[in-house]
Design a protein around this ligand. Structure first.
Ligand code: DLL
Length: 441
C-alpha cells in the first residue's frame, strides 16, 4: 500500500486511474485502428502485416500481438530521411530526432495530434512529480532536434505551469535563475543535474526552492539518485522515452510509484521480449517493444527499442493503475560480454556509487587493444576519504559481476563532464591514446 502522504493527484484520472480491464478494451480498439492506418498508408509496415496475413484491424488482438511483425532502428535508417511516415507531408507539423549511434540520425515526423498526445503524457509525468499550475519548471534539457527540451515544454504548458526554457549549458546563468526565480521543479539529464549541483555548491548556493526533478535520456542507477538528491536537496525521479516513440513521457516515475516508472500505456503499449522476440514474464529482464497506439505521423507497430528493463503491474492500491517498468538496466547494444560474462554499465555504476569515496564522475572502458584479451577498465575520481577505494571496488565488482576489472583512481576533473547532451559513461578503446588521462597505456 502507498502511504497517504505520498499520493499525488492524477492529471488525467480517466486515463491514469481507470480500471485496467477498461483500459485494455481501449488499447484493443486503438490497436485495431492503428493497423487500419498502417494498412492504408502502405509501405514497409503494411507489407509486413500483409505477409503475416493481416488484412484489416479486425484481424488482430492484443492477446496475439506477439505474433505481429516488429520494426527496428535499422528499418528507420533504411528509410532515412522520411522514416516510416504515414501521413502526407502537409500534415507534419514538426520533426524531431536523435543523433543516434555512429552519427546516423533518426528523424521522426509529428502531426498536430501527436504533439497533443505528447503534451498530455508529459503533463501527467510532471504532475506525478508533484508539479502543479503554480510550479516553475527549470527546464535544462536541450531544445532542438532532441526531444527533451520541447517535450517538457509542451507538457509544462499543458499542465498550466510556468516553463523556464533554459536548454543545456551556460551553467552560470542557470545558477543565477535558480537563485533569482526559485523554481520548484528541475528537468535535465542526471549527469547535468550533478554538474549543476556541483556548480551551485561551488557558488555557495543552496537550492532550497527545488522540490523534485525529472531526470532521464541516459541510464542512471538508484545509487546515482542518492547522489543527485544529496546535491540538490530534491526528490529525483526517472523519466524515460525515445524519439521514435514520441520523446520523454513514454514512462515516468511518480512520487508514489515505488521506484518504477508508470508507462503511458493507453498511448504506448509495452511488451518485454527475449532475444528471440518471445514475451518474458513480469519481473524478468527483457527488451522493451513499443506499439504507438495513437500516433499518426510515424506510427510504429512493435518497435524494438533495444532498451532492457523489467515490467510490473501497478503499485497495489495506488491511484495510478498503469503498468510500470523498472529503471533501464541497459541497452542490448551496450551489453558487454567480458570473458563470457554479460555486464551492463549500469551494474558497474551501482557498485561504484555505493562507495562514499567515489564521485559520480566515472568512465567504464572496454579495452580492446589486445583483441584476444579484452579488459574492463574503470576510471573513477575520488570524492573523499584518505584511502584509495580501488582495491575495495575491484573486490565489490568481482562479487557483483563475477569478473575482475581494473580500477584506476584518476585526478579530479580527468573524466570528461557533460554540460550539453547525453553523458557518455562507457567507451570502447581499440587503439591510440587512453580515453581518460591517467588511465595508463
Ligand atoms: O532521450 C528522450 C528523453 C528526453 C527521455 C528527455 C527522457 C528525458 P532519444 O534521444 O531518442 O530520446 O534517446 C532515446 O535514450 O532508447 C534509451 O536508450 C535512452 N534513455 C531515455 N530515457 C532514459 C532513461 C530521449 N530514463 C534513448 N534511462 C532510449 C535510461 C534512457 N536511458
Amino acid at each position: 500500500m502507498v502511504a497517504d502522504a505520498l499520493v499525488v493527484p492524477l492529471v488525467e484520472p480517466d486515463a491514469e486511474g481507470v480500471d485496467p480491464a477498461r483500459r485494455r478494451e481501449l488499447q484493443e480498439q486503438r490497436l485495431r485502428a492503428l493497423v487500419e492506418r498502417l494498412l492504408a498508408a502502405g509501405g514497409l509496415q503494411a507489407d509486413r502485416l500483409a505477409d503475416a496475413g493481416v488484412r484489416a484491424g479486425a484481424d488482430v488482438s492484443l492477446d496475439d500481438i506477439h505474433r505481429l511483425p516488429m520494426v527496428t532502428k535499422r528499418d528507420l535508417w533504411d528509410h532515412y530521411p522520411d522514416g516510416l511516415r504515414a501521413v502526407e507531408p502537409e500534415d507534419v507539423v514538426c520533426i524531431h530526432g536523435s543523433s543516434g549511434t555512429g552519427g546516423r540520425p533518426t528523424l521522426v515526423p509529428y502531426t498536430a495530434a501527436d504533439i497533443d498526445v505528447w503534451a498530455q503524457v508529459m503533463a501527467r509525468a510532471l504532475g506525478g512529480a508533484g508539479a502543479t499550475r503554480r510550479s516553475l519548471i527549470h527546464n535544462a534539457y536541450g531544445y532542438g532536434l532532441f526531444t527533451g527540451g520541447l517535450g517538457v515544454h509542451h507538457g509544462g504548458m499543458r499542465l498550466g505551469a510556468t516553463v523556464l526554457p533554459l536548454s543545456g549549458g551556460m551553467t552560470d546563468r542557470q545558477v543565477r535563475m535558480i537563485v533569482d526565480l526559485k523554481p520548484d521543479i528541475l528537468t535535465c539529464t542526471p549527469s547535468y543535474a550533478i554538474f549543476l549541483g556541483e556548480a551551485l555548491a561551488a557558488a555557495g548556493v543552496e537550492p532550497v526552492s527545488l522540490r523534485a526533478g525529472l531526470f532521464g535520456a541516459e541510464p542512471w542507477t538508484h545509487e546515482m539518485r542518492t547522489q543527485v538528491e544529496r546535491l540538490l536537496g530534491l526528490r529525483a525521479l526517472d523519466i524515460y522515452g525515445l524519439s521514435e516513440v514520441i520523446g520523454p513521457g513514454v514512462a515516468a516515475e511518480s512520487l508514489d510509484s515505488d521506484g518504477m516508472l508508470n508507462v503511458a500505456e493507453d498511448h504506448f503499449f509495452v511488451e518485454a521480449v527475449d532475444s528471440d522476440g518471445r514475451p518474458v514474464p513480469d519481473g524478468t529482464a527483457g527488451e522493451l517493444v513499443f506499439t504507438t497506439l495513437t500516433k499518426t505521423g510515424m506510427p510504429l507497430l512493435r518497435y524494438r527499442s533495444g532498451d532492457v528493463a523489467t515490467l510490473a503491474g501497478p503499485v497495489p492500491g495506488a491511484p495510478r493503475t498503469l503498468r510500470r517498468m523498472s529503471k533501464l538496466l541497459g541497452r542490448t547494444d551496450d551489453m558487454l560480454v567480458v570473458r563470457g560474462v554479460n555486464v551492463y554499465p549500469t551494474e558497474i555504476e551501482a557498485v561504484l556509487l555505493a562507495d562514499d569515496r567515489v564521485s559520480p564522475h566515472y568512465l567504464v572502458v572496454e579495452d580492446r587493444r589486445a583483441a584476444a584479451r579484452p579488459e574492463l577498465l574503470v576510471a573513477v575520481e575520488q570524492a573523499g576519504g584518505a584511502e584509495s577505494p580501488a582495491a575495495d571496488l575491484v573486490a565489490a565488482l568481482r562479487e557483483r559481476l563475477g569478473i575482475t576489472c581494473v580500477v584506476r583512481v584518476v585526478a579530479q576533473g580527468s573524466v570528461p563532464r557533460t554540460e550539453v547532451g547525453k553523458a557518455k559513461r562507457f567507451v570502447r578503446w581499440s587503439e591510440g591514446a587512453p580515453p581518460v588521462r591517467g588511465l595508463g597505456g
